[in-house]
Design a protein around this ligand. Structure first.
Ligand SMILES: [Zn+2]
Length: 246
């Protein structure tokens, strides 16, 4: 693997190259290439993998989920998956397009997550990537505001997270993507072998740690809504399905 310094240099070069390319019709390959560049940049910005024991624990859980994702989404078998941890308090966890995972040790420790709950957190993020949520968001933005097709892709990439007008128009999509990542993430981790009720326990801890547990936003279901949905799905899986491996 290239060093972080090398990747950051590459990132600067590629970002410069991307500045003037029009958004038009982004492809999954392009979204993944951009994610790899931004991920490398983020690794250069944070202290990463400071605690080897925590990093090994996260990778142990992630490896099981990635193996399951490779079975369920064959395209992801060809991805250059990466898993790193950070001390950055602004970060919770995410998986960028193409399988680039970054997890905050502070977040996992603040919530006191056991392995099944950590699996739920990671599986949600893995589903965002496996289901091409970024690509679908760019495509939706281009449908809603076709003028973006003439502007640099890097600007659209920034706008979907920062332009209030565009974000308001994408809110329904984002709300649905959060629910889908919860639902499919729970199913993925359950197929990988974790008990459904333990996976749903992640949302209980999320509600407990939240300052605003019952407040849904236009683009984001509330923690308590997510907990209810996860508990209902866990019950359904336990009642009606035999867990693979049992
Ligand atoms: Zn999410």
């Amino acid at each position: 693997m290239a060093t972080i310094a090398t990747l950051s240099r590459m990132a600067a070069l590629l970002l410069a190259a991307a500045c003037c390319r029009a958004a038009e019709e982004p492809t999954q390959d392009e979204v993944m290439a951009r994610a790899a560049v931004i991920y490398a940049d983020r690794l250069g910005e944070f202290v990463v993998d400071r605690d080897p024991r925590f990093t090994a624990r996260v990778r142990g859980v992630a490896d099981v989920l990635i193996a399951q994702a490779r079975r369920d989404y064959p395209e992801t078998a060809g991805w250059a998956w990466e898993v790193h941890t950070t001390d950055d308090a602004r970060q919770n966890a995410d998986c960028m397009a193409g399988g680039k995972i970054l997890v905050s040790q502070q977040y996992v420790e603040r919530l006191g997550l056991g392995d099944a709950e950590l699996a739920m957190l990671l599986a949600h993020e893995i589903e965002h990537a496996a289901l091409h949520h970024n690509l679908l968001e760019y495509q939706a933005a281009l449908r809603l505001e076709p003028a973006w097709a003439q502007r640099p892709f890097a600007e659209l990439e920034y706008a979907v997270d920062n332009d209030a007008g565009l974000m308001a128009r994408l809110a329904d999509l984002n709300y649905g993507q959060e629910q889908e990542a919860d639902r499919e993430g729970l199913r993925l981790a359950w197929r990988a072998g974790w008990p459904a009720a333990q996976l749903a326990g992640y949302f209980r801890k999320m509600v407990r740690a939240s300052d605003w547990p019952h407040g849904s936003k236009p683009d984001y279901p509330s923690p308590s809504q997510r907990r209810r949905d996860a508990q209902a799905l866990a019950l359904l899986l336990q009642k009606n399905h035999v867990q693979p491996g049992d």
